[in-house]
Design a protein around this ligand. Structure first.
Ligand SMILES: [Zn+2]
Length: 658
């Protein structure tokens, strides 16, 4: 927890154009900046950064927020991580409140493990510039086609052969033995002496999403039996900062490109990633030193729902591809696979082809899993009926993993066409498989719950229980009107509305603010917003409004809060769209006040009409199934709704008075 005062201090210090400018090149135009949007692909800039308001907003895709929001969206940092990033950038000391002694110790330990890892990175990199490291390690990387720039950028290195070089250097620099062992960079022998875990190997550092080095992979250059004896690859052991099945190689370099292209390419090895990145295909990651895990798939899912798997074309590679396909589908993501020409891997292919050729090959050879399985197995099998049945059942079982029913139906259709089988047969098989899956899931969950009962809860659950939604409420119908009202509140909420004496809204007690006027109108009819994010934003606004904060302060608070949805809605709705769209029109009116007087009541009335429509829909649906008595009641209410809507529409000028 970062104390409120510190959050304020950070938000005050953060300059939106500087924070965004670190990642996106901005062009100044008057008092604000423009760029091509980093969140969607576009040729002409619609991404707007407004220093005066401390926000960015894209008129293309609608992304908006302040400095914290930008870091959360673009760098995928958590709220706290974003605040810490800014604190670091603007040299603000963050003292987290109410840390227990245990938490302090854990944080300091984490930091120590990071520092040891940072030192190791420098040490291994440094080895490449002279002696054995230069002659063997550096030469190896060059022989694999890696350029100096790549070697440097990805922190590649060499662990010397002496078995003690790193440990001695680290101890001499004052790093504690305990942390060297904890990170697994050194191992303690039974006699108490400490030695290097990595020696006589080239080193590939592994980074966290935010780019801190957390582990290392070492590859021996020996071959044959000798390599087998010592292990071709050695990885760091797991520690507080490195959880093997949650790390992806090069995710820190690939994440933005994955985000932008809305697609990740998954390969197997370090060199596959490096060669592809070097060529310019930069949305590529690898599971490092483990076969792909559910956690790694979830990490990719933070950036995209689309994954293309490109593993080796040998039987081990194909087996791994099929496994990856299942894991990815299970997370509700879309998966494709590419088979490279015989004997090639992504590394060799990238080293011997141009960027255009690689892109074209992927584009023309990526197939969905149905086609991939068909290609893999039909060719050697031919038309043997039993084998064919096995394959079709296997495809059906894979489809059964997909959580979304509509997607399943689409794949069933494709499969039926591809294998000339009846869709019903496929659905039947899928239905049975899903029953089994659901049963297994429930069993696992029950088991977990039982285990948790015996363990005290370690941390309070962060996810609040979502409010149950009324299934009859049509969010799509109401949300645009709710957004319009929120826009008035968030742009001009504290402006006062003074109506003419002969206006039906005239209030002899004095003028009301825009926010109060809207709130009075809605709460008078017992209306709350149907859209969850809008309702939370509305409630949060009025909580601050009631404290007497100024409009700017309220907006700032809402944008800097932890509820990302509220911050997002606020950023989006606090840029007055009327300034852009109604500018010419409003210039005819003398002041903003005077058009608010017209448009705020209209927006409320329009929202009322929508709610009445909503009620109409519900009643109409009920009508056909209702008994005769109820039918009469419904008809009567529908009649009333009709005349009410007509009256409001007349006020809105939508229909002429009869
Ligand atoms: Zn955009």
């Amino acid at each position: 927890m970062i104390p409120k005062e510190t959050v304020d201090q950070i938000v005050d210090a953060a300059k939106i154009e500087e924070v965004v400018g670190d990642f996106v090149s901005l062009k100044r135009k008057g008092g604000s900046f423009w760029a091509c949007c980093p969140f969607h692909n576009e040729k002409s800039p619609s991404f707007h950064v407004v220093p005066a308001r401390g926000i960015y907003k894209c008129f293309g895709c609608g992304k908006a927020g302040n400095a914290i929001g930008f870091l959360m969206d673009y760098e995928r940092l958590s709220y706290t991580e974003a605040l810490k990033y800014l604190a670091d950038k603007y040299h603000i000391e963050v003292r987290e409140k109410e840390e227990t002694a245990e938490e302090i110790a854990a944080r300091q330990k984490d930091e120590s493990l990071h520092l040891v890892s940072d030192f190791a990175l420098k040490f291994f990199c440094g080895q490449l510039s002279s002696g054995e490291g230069r002659a063997i390690g550096y030469q190896y990387f060059r022989s694999r086609g890696l350029l100096d720039q790549t070697i440097e950028e990805y922190g590649l290195g060499w662990a010397p052969s002496g078995k003690n070089a790193f440990t001695e250097a680290a101890l001499k620099e004052g790093y504690k033995k305990e942390y060297l062992v904890e990170t697994g960079l050194s191992s303690q022998w039974e006699d108490g002496s400490v030695h290097d875990r990595f020696y006589e190997r080239v080193i590939f550092p592994i980074h966290s999403v935010s780019g801190r080095v957390i582990a290392f992979g070492g590859r021996t250059l020996k071959s044959g039996d000798e390599a087998k004896k010592i292990g071709k690859y050695v990885n760091s052991k797991e520690s507080e900062i490195y959880i093997k099945n949650k790390a992806l190689y090069a995710i820190h370099k690939a994440k933005n490109e994955i985000n932008k292209q809305d697609k990740a390419i998954l390969v197997e090895g370090y060199l596959d990633v490096l060669s592809m990145h070097q060529l310019g295909v930069r949305n590529v990651v690898a599971s490092c030193g483990t076969s792909l895990t559910e956690e790694q798939v979830k990490l990719i899912k933070r950036f995209t729902d689309n994954v293309t798997v490109i593993y080796d074309g040998d039987s081990a590679g194909i087996h791994a591809t099929l496994r990856a396909i299942n894991l990815i589908l299970k997370e509700g993501m879309n998966v494709k696979a590419v088979l490279l020409p015989d004997g090639e891997d992504p590394d060799s292919y990238a080293q011997t082809h141009t960027l255009e050729e690689v892109k074209a090959y992927i584009a023309s050879h990526e197939v969905d899993f149905v086609e991939f399985k068909a290609q893999q197995q039909l060719d050697p099998i031919g038309d043997d009926p039993l084998q064919r049945a096995n394959l079709i059942n296997d495809v059906a079982d894979t489809i059964a993993l997909i959580p979304d029913g509509v997607k399943r139906a689409v794949y069933v259709e494709a499969t039926a066409r591809r294998f000339r089988v009846d869709e019903d047969l496929l659905f039947e098989r899928i239905g049975r498989t899903r029953e089994k899956l659901v049963f297994e899931q429930q069993r696992d969950r029950r088991r977990e719950e039982r285990e948790e009962e015996h363990e005290p809860a370690r941390r309070p659950s962060a996810t609040a229980v979502p409010r149950k939604k009324d299934p009859l409420v049509n969010d799509e119908l109401l949300a645009p009107s709710e957004e319009e009202l929120l826009t008035f509140i968030l742009t001009d909420g504290t402006e006062s509305l003074s109506f003419e004496v002969d206006s039906e809204f005239y209030d002899p007690e004095g003028s009301q603010s825009v926010a109060e006027f809207i709130d009075t109108a809605l709460s008078g009819d017992g209306i709350v917003f149907s859209n969850d994010a809008y309702r939370r934003t509305y409630d949060a606004y009025f909580a601050l409004y009631d404290k007497g904060l100024a409009q700017d302060q309220i907006v700032r608070e809402l944008m800097s809060g932890e509820d990302r949805e509220v911050a997002d809605v606020t950023a989006r709705c606090s840029v007055p769209k009327y300034e852009l769209t109604v500018k010419n029109f409003t210039s005819a009116l003398t002041a903003k006040e005077s058009w608010l007087v017209i448009y705020v009541p209209r927006a409320i009335l329009a929202y009322h009409v929508k709610r009445l429509q909503q009620r109409q829909e519900v009643l109409t649906r009920e009508l056909s199934g209702a008994g005769i008595g109820r039918q009469l009641e419904i008809m009567a209410e529908l009649g009333k709704l009709n005349s009410l809507m007509k009256r409001i529409n007349v006020k809105l000028g939508r229909i002429r008075k009869e």
